[in-house]
Design a protein around this ligand. Structure first.
Ligand SMILES: Nc1nc2c(c(=O)[nH]1)N[C@H]1C(S)=C(S)[C@@H](COP(=O)(O)OP(=O)(O)OC[C@H]3O[C@@H](n4cnc5c(N)ncnc54)[C@H](O)[C@@H]3O)O[C@H]1N2
Ligand code: MOO
Length: 409
């Protein structure tokens, strides 16, 4: 059976990059740039004032009274000139008139009729933002492979960028399988459990910008499962959950074969998640998630999320794993790499401290509510003492789910 690292290498090796499209900047957040983006204009586009005050010649600010000969607001085109002994009233963001080489902020001037007296001398260039001091037209603002965030939105919009070329969003179909599954809101029924995986997988896909075309629930009928998989295979990614272990009522693998999906891996040496399955048909990636909700979540974080991010253009995407120290001792279970639900805290020295939840086990979903990550205990590790350094797989969507930013570590 493959280790999770070998399984990831297999999945990553099967990823095909999605084609590109041009979108309006406003629609680009969360998408991955396929081409570098360059500034369409200089920034600032002209010499401009950084303060409300008076455009002056710095050399005139040694105590003499200056005559105010005009006024400029942001958006104006200056028609006045600052000659020796004069000043022009100016707003923040307004273009600097010719002749002026500094801005005297309003607090540093006394106004007397149509004249002002500077309180103190100022240097040339004071409160002037010079053309192109921020960005030059044609300069690269964001490289290909960058995921457009709100920060990029601000940087690109300022520089006059209206459209960008990004990778297409992955079209994902989810098929959840099991006679025992209840839709949320339906009354409990003997032998039945509430459906979890479809809900979670949809969220995992959507938070990385994929488009979930459909999520369907199908019973344990082999022909119904096959037909639903066949429909699901017309997208870029099919995620099927349940029926992977190969028991009497587990039809997923046979249905994949009947649909012509080529098996690439079966089973991974991890708990939870051992029955994870992966295959391809043409360019479509097919993920077979074990039915137990913890297994399905772990496999989606380890394999589905980074694979879909790569399809969407993030060439180096990997599972979100960081280093932490253990708060207590732990050991791997039954020869498999064991992923333990754990809380993350910031230790006194600034490092991350992982504390496994009290409740543990591949069937224990309540612990997920209080966990930030999964501690990865390698299958071949001896018992690890408290204080040992380990890798943890982040379960949270982003730093925003934690009380503090991760990148400070
Ligand atoms: N003989 C063997 N039995 C099992 C093995 C094995 O290797 N040999 N592996 C065990 C492991 S490990 C896991 S994990 C499970 C996964 O099996 P399946 O993928 O076939 O999953 P199911 O049998 O469909 O379901 C398992 C469990 O999870 C519940 N479930 C399923 N889908 C959902 C859902 N969408 N929402 C909530 N809960 C769900 C289901 O009711 C079962 O309780 O197999 C072991 N058995
Ligand atoms: O994936 Mo199973 O739940 O390893 O235990």
């Amino acid at each position: 059976m493959l280790s999770h690292e070998e399984a990831w290498a297999c999945v990553a090796g099967s990823v095909r990059l999605l084609r590109v499209e041009r979108v309006r900047l406003a629609r680009a957040v969360g998408r991955t740039l396929a081409e570098p983006v360059v500034a369409a204009v200089d920034l600032p586009p002209f010499d401009r004032s950084a303060m409300d005050g008076f455009a002056v010649r710095a050399q005139d600010t040694y105590g003499m009274s200056l005559r105010v000969v005009g006024s400029l607001a942001a958006g104006d085109v200056p028609a006045v000139r600052v000659a020796p002994g004069t000043a022009v009233e100016i707003s923040t963001g307004a273009p600097l008139p010719s002749g002026a080489d500094a801005v005297l902020q309003s607090e540093l001037a006394s106004v007397h009729g149509d004249g002002i007296v500077p309180h103190e001398p100022i240097a040339r260039g004071r409160f002037v933002r010079y053309r192109a001091e921020d960005v030059r037209e044609g300069e690269v603002l964001a490289r290909a492979g960058t995921v457009v965030s709100v920060k990029q939105l601000a940087a690109l919009a300022s520089a006059g960028v209206a459209e960008v070329v990004v990778h297409r969003r992955a079209r994902v179909r989810i098929v959840v399988n099991g006679d025992e599954l209840l839709e949320p809101g339906t009354p409990p029924r003997a032998g039945a459990v509430y459906e979890v995986n479809g809900l979670v997988l949809r969220h995992v896909a959507e938070r990385i910008g994929a488009e979930v075309v459909a999520a369907t629930l199908v019973g344990d009928d082999p022909e119904a499962v096959r037909a639903e998989f066949e429909r699901g295979l017309d997208g870029d990614v099919l995620i099927a959950a349940g029926g992977m272990a190969g028991g009497r009522h587990d039809h997923a693998r046979a249905a994949f074969a009947a649909c012509g999906v080529e098996e690439r891996l079966r089973g991974v040496l991890i708990t939870p998640g051992r029955p994870f399955w992966f295959g391809c048909r043409g360019g479509t990636l097919v993920f077979g998630m074990p039915g137990s909700p913890l297994s399905s979540l772990v496999c989606s974080l380890l394999f589905v999320e980074p694979a879909v991010r790569r399809m969407q253009g993030e060439a180096h995407a990997v599972a979100r794993v960081v280093r932490a120290r253990l708060a207590v001792s732990v050991a791997p279970e039954d020869g498999r790499t064991t992923l333990l639900t754990a809380r993350l805290d910031r230790a006194a020295d600034g490092g991350l401290l992982a504390t496994p939840t009290f409740r543990q086990g591949p069937h224990v979903t309540a612990a997920l509510g209080e966990c930030d990550c999964f501690v990865i205990v390698p299958h071949d590790a001896p018992p690890l003492a408290a204080g040992s350094e380990v890798q943890v797989l982040l379960a949270c969507a982003s730093d925003g789910d934690l009380a503090w930013p991760l990148d400070a570590q």
